[in-house]
Ligand binder design. Sequence first.
Ligand code: NAD
Length: 479
Amino acid sequence: MEKIFNYINGKLIAPSGGHFLENMEPATGKAYSLVPDSDELDVAQAVEAAQAAAPAWAAMTAEKRSALLMQVAGLIEKNHEKLALAESRDNGKPVKLASVVDIPRASQNLRFYATAALHDSTASHQQAQVLNYTRREPIGVAGCISPWNLPLYLFTWKIAPALASGNAVVAKPSELTPMTAFLLSELCIEAGLPAGVLNIVHGLGPKVGQAIVEHPNVPVISFTGGTKTGEHLARTAAPMFKKLSLELGGKNPNIIFADCDLEKAVHTSLQSSFANQGQICLCGSRIFVERSIYDDFKRKFLTGLASWKVGDPMEDGVKLGALVSKPHLEKVLSYVQLAKDEGGRVVFGGERVALEGRCADGYFMQPTVIEGLAYNCRTNMEEIFGPVVTLTPFYTEEEVLHMANATRYGLAATIWTENLRKAHRVAHGLKSGIVWINCWLVRDLRTPFGGVKQSGVGREGGFEALHFFTEEKNVCIQL
Ligand code: NAD
């Protein structure tokens, strides 16, 4: 079986304890590779390597750092097909999706921050006899922890600004999807990234992730994952006064007004409900439809969904691959049962899918649509993070805003209407970090990305992410 290795001090090495975990292929339900079961000793080694590399990396010109990161981006593009296949196999997502979204966005992340760092500036403040100027200094060693749903895409979204702003990095990808981060470490070696600048330690969250967060020489942590894990991390990091960025869960509303372009709303809502098996933090899992078009929307939505094929993610034409793991599939199915217990009617799907051949033991389920639930029941309040959406009718703007804002989350929201004033009004009334009007998942990397309430603390994207990995220092000169 293929072995994945840690990437520490420029070398691919086995974990110090010699233990590996089985890495499962979600589509087949079988182990297909081994991932290091690293521990705090491996993390300590990685931090030491990062500390040793940090001063020279910080002292290097931004142009030289940028050129090295662009080199890595170029190698991602050169290895696009290999990486897309690996991502699909590791995560269960359709290879087409990995090919058009995950892998291109991974190289874009690197290119964006490699060039953004060249265009950043700092302030200076003049008085008659005094000049203040601000320096932005890299913090040292940054800890970057990422989840399994968009593995290489979210991994690079963190390491790119951390590295571009002159920090060394100790990163941990999800133990469920470690393969593309491992392949990236090979590309970093090929690109000539100096040893120790990026270190990747594989393994379990409570062992490796926790050790990174606890390490006294990692003063800045960027984390994307579940709200519960984020809360735990904050408890560890806060007494150590670490800088912390948290991108957490969501339960996003998708609001369909009667005056929308219905065909477009239906088409895009299918994507925003079920892309990546509904395992995108930005998926709109609560669909609110104005009462007068509810039946029409539902009919068109279910008709469109009928053509969404569940199947082998490597196959052409498959829209829904496997869920990431057996426990996750079981969790999502348990929410379908909960919805039924809460009085919901499953109007589409709801069951596990048994495929034949190589995928017979894979973690597949039908895309699922449920109606007839109260807006504030558990199914509508808790993050399911799978191919399950609810349909809820509404009559007025005030009512839908109240229902949309009722969860403890506030990551993203979508609004469908052709009325510009209403679109702005509702967008301003939503308690959400991101609002899409008549579109979904359209990204401009310069814009602030993040959530309010329990969806997170801080913003990624743009110069904000570069600045997060620096400390400002003011220098005051008497002229
Ligand atoms: P998770 O919280 O279980 O794990 C995320 C990462 O944290 C993994 O690498 C994991 O190993 C690590 N981890 C686990 N316990 C840890 C600990 N005690 N200390 C340090 N690290 C630890 O989340 P997941 O199941 O991998 O991802 C799904 C969640 O991520 C969903 O809630 C989803 O909404 C969220 N998410 C949010 C965004 C966003 O931008 N807001 C993006 C993608 C996913």
